[in-house]
Design a protein around this ligand. Sequence first.
Ligand code: PLP
Length: 453
Amino acid sequence: MTYQNFSLAQLQALDAAHHLHPFTDHKDLRGAGSRMIVRADGPYVYDSEGHRILDAMAGLWCVNVGYGRKELAEAAYKQMLELPYYNSFFRCSTPTPVLLAQKLAEIAPKSVNQVFYGSSGSEANDTALRLIRQFWVLEGKPEKNRVISRKMAYHGSTIAGTSLGGMSGMHDQLHGAVPNIVHVMAPYAFENAEPGESEEAFGLRAAKAVEDAILEAGADKVAAFIGEPIMGAGGVKIPPRNYWAEIQRICRKHDVLLMIDEVITGYGRTGEWFASQAYGIEPDTITTAKALTSGYQPLSALLVGDRVAETLTEKGGEFYHGYTYSGHPVACAVALANLDIIEKEGLIDRVREDTGPYLAKVLQEALGDHPLVGEVRSFGLMGAIEIVADKASRQRFEPSGHAAVVVRDHAVVSGLMMRATGDTMIMSPPLIWTRETIDTAMEMIRTALDKAA
Ligand code: PLP
């Protein structure tokens, strides 16, 4: 049975009848129906009606090497025939997760050398939370179990991931969060800075919100701070330049572990392997997933710093935690082939030296003066456009979020896939984009903004 035997209307009816989608109002699907994406190649995806769409989201922040990579299909095929599955429990191992762990230790920040695998970013954050709580128990400080996070953070959608995240809508539906997680102000100057406040002053104030939360709880009660180096799903919120150095200073001062969530920023997006390297952060854990395999296989890797790993190994005994698919051989083989492509094609250098700075320049030049644009910002190949009703006062449209959805819908009709989150349009294209692809995308966004104005 192939999908070609079905019309779009039939597929949409089946979709609405049987398929519960993530983050979707299902009543909507009964009306307009889903766009069926049926194939993809390079930077493009194609829908069932033959429309070619430039994918400015790399799927969901993951297809960093672009679509249609035969090397990745071949790596999966070869591994599936040789050993499709075996687990890493009970004193067994298989070679690909071992080789991948070695590679990850090589590219990660210096003091990060151990890897715990899962299948998704959410799972990896669950692992991270369990691990750091266990760490403090093993250190003889079980009361050090609180975690400081930020409003608007996204750390996944399991119960632990949602609790760690700071999305208010998700919390409203949580009905029983993991306790002892506190959310403080995000380093989001566009909305949170005071009029006239300098970037540096705002960076210090946003970091101080973390220290205040530590002091309020008592440092002896705080296990860790968790943060995305650049908030992604919350709207590509790029912190002030001094923010992370100050956060690191505060965490070290109070002996609070630093859990860095690089599910979006990992594997080249910011022009370094990890954004931690771009910002000079020395994390205790780094959560990664998505672009680890460029989305070709589900795989996450929690990278664990030496301090936590040593305590776990030396004092821990058995850690009762793991997933059937921890270290899945096929996913790990694809990850190895994917990292190889990123390296051989110099994709990270290209982002750092060429396409990243170019995106920053043309976002400003092509869109900065548009009446609907309150601000553009980018870092590496992550970009955001704030949609406003009034440029001078930064007043938003009513109802909140609607205008960005209108712009997004115009963009997709003209052949560009972007995402709207709240009042912000965001992009995170594959790292294979060139200056020409960026120019094409800018024209399409400008047209979409004009139509929405
Ligand atoms: N952490 C961050 C920063 C993310 O952006 C995401 C997903 O977008 C997750 C965690 C959760 O990852 P997953 O959807 O693979 O569970």
